[in-house]
Design a protein around this ligand. Sequence first.
Ligand code: GLU
Length: 454
Amino acid sequence: MSSQSYINEVLEHIKRVSPRQPIFFQAAREVLTNLTPLLDKEPKYQKHSVLERIVMPEKTTIFRTVYIDDNSKAQVHFGYRVQFNSSLGPYKGGLRFHPTVNLDVLKFLGFEQIFKNSLTGLNLGGGKGGANFDPKGKSDGEIMRFCQAFMNDLYKLIEDVKDVPAGDIGVGAREIGYMYGQYKKLTGRFDGAMTGKGLSWGGSLARTEATGYGSVYFATEALKKKGKSLDGKRCVISGAGNVAIYTAQKLYEFGATPVTVSDSRGYVYDEEGVDIALLKEIKEVRRASLSEYAKEKKSAKFVSVNDYKSGRNEVYDVPCQAAFPSATQNELNLDDVKTLYANGCRLVCEGANMPSTHEAMEFMLSHDDFIYCPGKAANAGGVATSGLEMEQNASMTSWSFDRVDGELKNIMKNIFDIAYQTSVEYGKPGNLVLGANIAGFKKVADAMIDQGYI
Ligand code: GLU
């Protein structure tokens, strides 16, 4: 069968056996359709049914998670761990606590994670987990009880050489702490079963900063290839979590000015540039809405989602030369990217996982003067630094901030180089989506063939 027909057949199969999983399908289609030139060259992948195997998680666990809220009421949630692929190493990937979490979302995230982790060059498999629990507005006690209840099932699946979860949306240092404490109580083990830990108990310096820093390092490499730099560029950032915050911080170091951040309630536009200290105070200490930012900074305005007139994510209406979508999946659609382009933006670098819709991605790839840095390459710095945390835990050492940051910089440069070289080798120079997908896939698929049919 031709590679094209083989790919189409597997995509049809996914639709049949996993109906009503549109986000996972979108992620799978993006990877698989990019593989045609590789599959044309290497018939072994079809021969060994690699596509049929790689789109199916090795193991999926769904469990009930019940905690008692502050009104003594039992609250019931779905907990999940999708252990997608362990060909390159232990399952690795974050936990997301958000009301939109379901199996579709976690399969998409777990699938992306396989290729992202492969691109880091470290021995990391791919997985993802989480719960349809909303930490927003919950008390500290409620968060702790939820995390403990969630770990009461998760602990059976994880261990330093087996499956190593970390944070994602809604899961930061506080949640990792409560979950790790419960893991330790239940297993009696103090091992590297989670990353993103506190600095005094096994965490790595620069892990919190890594995704945002890594995304900016990736953007600088992509710009360098075209003889350009970030210097003097105004940048739009969406999101206000650790990815957005540390993207903003790193942009200043390269002479760029981040002018926006956003959350579920709206966006802040600060024409003087985002004030990192104030942003951190509001988001990390007060855990409050961005509307507080504009109350305290004269040069800023807050635009509430209630005042969005277009029905789109209006943070992308702010004129800029580069944009860093760092909030969530499918937040940047075709109209958004057309608006960015019309306003002079020529670079999108994804800090979030699959923030661009399929149509938005096609638009960016079809414009030669546009640099598009896909998330699975550009935001791999977070999980790569988790890999460095695992390395430190295994050898019972802690590295300096500069050492971790230096390694992160190297890893991001290597990811860019391999994605770029692969795009050249397979006939689409500069198409980093194709380059990242083929390079990430090849390593995992070869390992799957080596390890036999499991
Ligand atoms: N959640 C992050 C990601 O999407 C980090 C995962 C990790 O550190 O394991 O890559």
